[in-house]
Write a protein that binds this ligand. Sequence first.
Ligand SMILES: Nc1ncnc2c1ncn2[C@@H]1O[C@H](COP(=O)(O)OP(=O)(O)OP(=O)(O)O)[C@@H](O)[C@H]1O
Length: 250
Amino acid sequence: MTELEIRGLRRRFGGVAAVDGVDLDVPAGAVTALIGPNGAGKTTLFHCVTGLDAADGGTVTLGGRRLSGLPPHARARAGMAWTFQRIELFAGLTVAENVRVGAENRRGRPLAAGLLGLPDRRRGEVRATVSAVLDRLGLTALADAPAGTLPTGTMRLVEVGRAVAAEPSALLLDEPASGLDDDQIARLVRVLRGLAGDGMAVLVVEHDLRFVGAVADSVRVMVGGRIVLSGRPDEVLAAPLVREIYAGEE
Ligand SMILES: Nc1ncnc2c1ncn2[C@@H]1O[C@H](COP(=O)(O)OP(=O)(O)OP(=O)(O)O)[C@@H](O)[C@H]1O
């Protein structure tokens, strides 16, 4: 079942059609990967889907609800969570506190409720979510470490944790494997496969093809603002076009 549906999405910057009429279905219960060369329009697409940038045309639908035109916080409340290429953690907060921000931001639970003080039962729920997410990401031992002091790969995992703690129906990750060591990549693959197994719709934009091959159920290739190829990872990653795009990177 398609959880996140993108239809005819367009975004121009002057003469450049950065996203040029993209249709993309991101099904629940699967990991979908979006790959392509630098400048293909992947990040622009991502920003238009999350509402950080305004598309010039097309629609974004989540669980049957049309989100086009809504600001990012409304899309988050509707069940979308994401991380960006640039890490955006609260550096002065601990790992657990960063993840708690995500848990308090769950669907239908605006952040203000967290600031105003949660009723005991909800506070308990938030604590349980934070602890489950830390455990899932292998971050329990670092729960009290200030996020700003961590190596890049670990910070990225904390960001994924914060997004996951919001219990989204669709999770979008822009280059989540960047800066991760091999163990962390293996951990991230397990985490994302587990989330998809629980029914989440996961979309990753990624350059690391080994990671894509290990994590994705299906792969889309974007070139010049359009999706030019899609299929199973083994088929797509072996395609001459993809070999050509990524030549010299392996
Ligand atoms: N704010 C902007 N203003 C003008 N042009 C932009 C802007 N953002 C992106 N572009 C252009 O849109 C095109 C797509 O860029 P985008 O960053 O989306 O590609 P990408 O596939 O994410 O690349 P990368 O893999 O390097 O992140 C490029 O030609 C880029 O120069």
